[in-house]
Unconditional design. Structure first.
Length: 277
């Protein structure tokens, strides 16, 4: 991970992110097609650069180098950008790049605050397992789906505000219809919930087999299951029509904030997720 953590590379990615946000913001304020394209291309460069770095790190070290909280954030950002670029290609939503840029930049910058993990050789041998890789991979995919759902919820609330205030502008067209945005919110949560359930299920099996100190009341375990319950509640509220539209999107935003808080905070108090603190 030396290459990924070198000062030059890290600051270069931050700089590209920042410029992408600047051009996205220019397009957001004054509908500038050139700025929109530049922002997208810069984000694509960040994606490509991150992909090369991860492939290099895996070839030089192992997949295990990406399962700590710090390196995990890099993978998390890569998944968010990948999903947003695919969605933007399939369903043209100009402001998706802007909101993805902001969220990805904040997550990537957060890695500064997370100390580098220290792992003993014994612990590394304990943790290495194909089941562990699947568990973490599914978890990151679930996080990526929930993050995109969160971004679409924010876009929905912003669009709702513009319509409520009768602010007719180009923002309305570039944000997309409320129906399309709500559908995207629901779709990504429908993908995220089973992914997270499967990840937690495999994680419990793996921990029971590999770790003698596994406890159900661990902060990370409790927090993860609480997050799953919240997003499952979202699905129930949607299917039962107890909440819809703005109220459902606000609830989804709360779910994501709990998820992100659980990822960052609970790692500090986990008794067996030692590799992620």
């Amino acid at each position: 991970m030396e290459l990924l953590e070198s000062s030059f590379v890290y600051h270069l990615i931050i700089l590209l992110f920042a410029w992408s946000i600047v051009f996205s913001f220019i397009d957001f304020i004054d509908t500038n097609r050139l700025a929109s394209r530049v922002a997208f291309y810069l984000l694509a460069i960040v994606w490509g650069f991150s992909t090369v770095l991860m492939i290099y790190s895996v070839s030089q070290y192992s997949l295990f180098s990406f399962i700590t909280s710090r390196e995990g954030l890099y993978v998390y950002v890569w998944i968010i950008i990948s999903l947003s670029m695919i969605i933007n290609w399939l369903v043209k939503l100009d402001y998706l790049v802007f909101f993805t840029n902001v969220v990805s930049f904040l997550v990537f910058s957060l890695s500064i605050l997370i100390p580098k993990a220290g792992k003993t050789a014994t612990l590394v041998d304990q943790l290495k397992s194909e089941l562990l890789y699947v568990h973490i991979g599914l978890a990151f995919l679930a996080y990526g789906a929930f993050t995109l759902s969160f971004i679409f919820s924010v876009m929905y609330i912003f669009q709702y505000f513009l319509l409520k205030k009768k602010k007719w502008s180009n923002h309305l067209k570039k944000l997309g219809s409320l129906g399309k945005l709500e559908k995207m919110v629901n779709t990504f949560n429908l993908f995220g919930v089973p992914l997270m359930f499967t990840s937690l299920f495999l994680g419990v099996i793996w921990a029971s087999l590999r770790l003698h100190s596994f406890v159900w009341y661990d902060m990370k375990v409790l927090g993860s299951f609480f997050v799953l319950i919240m997003f499952s509640t979202f699905i129930y509220l949607k299917v039962s029509n107890r909440l819809y539209g703005k109220s459902l999107c606000l609830f989804n935003i709360c779910c994501f904030l709990v998820l992100f808080g659980n990822y960052v905070v609970s790692n500090l108090y986990s008794s067996f997720h030692l590799w992620s603190t």
